[in-house]
Design a protein around this ligand. Sequence first.
Ligand SMILES: *[C@@H]1O[C@H](CO)[C@@H](O)[C@H](O)[C@H]1NC(C)=O
Ligand SMILES: *[C@@H]1O[C@H](CO)[C@@H](O)[C@H](O)[C@H]1NC(C)=O
Ligand SMILES: CC(=O)N[C@H]1CO[C@H](CO)[C@@H](O)[C@@H]1O
Length: 144
Amino acid sequence: MRGATIAAFLTTFIILDLRFYGTEAKIFTRCQLAKELLKHDFPRTFLSNWVCLVENESGRSTSKVMQQPNLSVSYGLFQINNKTWCRKGRKGGLCNTKCEDFLNDDIQDDAKCAKLIFNQKGFQNWPGWVNKCRGRNLPDVSRC
Ligand SMILES: *[C@@H]1O[C@H](CO)[C@@H](O)[C@H](O)[C@H]1NC(C)=O
Ligand SMILES: *[C@@H]1O[C@H](CO)[C@@H](O)[C@H](O)[C@H]1NC(C)=O
Ligand SMILES: CC(=O)N[C@H]1CO[C@H](CO)[C@@H](O)[C@@H]1O
C-alpha cells in the first residue's frame, strides 16, 4: 500500500515534469540526430552505435522520462539515470547536473554526460544498446 502511494506520487511528478519541459521537447529524425551528435564531437567511428542507442533508449525524444523498476528515474535522449549521474531539482551526481536539464532540446549537457558515462562504463551501461544494438546491424547514417 505504501509502495503504491509512493509510486502514484512519483508518477504525478513525472507527468508534471513532462508538461513543464514539454514546450522545449524535440524528437529528432535519425539524420538530424546523427548531425547533432557530430556537432557535439561524438566520434564518427561509433556514430551508428550512438544513433542506435538513442533510438532504443528514448526513441530520439529529448523529453522522455522513465521510472525504472528500482524506482530510480532516467532522463532524456540518453536516458541518464539519477542513481549515479544527476540529481533531481539541483545540480549533482557524477555529471554535476540537474536531471531535469536533460529534458530540453539543448543536448550540450546530455552529450557531455553521455560521454562521461561511456568513458566509465562503455556502451554496456545502456540496456537499449545491449539488447538492440550489440552485434546487430546498425543504422546507416553515412548519407546523412
Ligand atoms: C536502477 O536501474 C538503473 C537503470 O537500469 C541503473 O542505472 C541503476 O544503477 C539501478 N540502481 C540500483 C540502486 O540498482
Ligand atoms: C532517484 O529518484 C528516485 C525517485 O524520485 C528517488 O527515490 C531516489 O532517491 C533518487 N536517487 C538518488 C540517488 O537521488
Ligand atoms: C524499440 C526501438 O526503438 N527499437 C529500435 C532499435 O534500434 C534499431 C536500429 O536503429 C531500430 O530499427 C529499432 O526500431
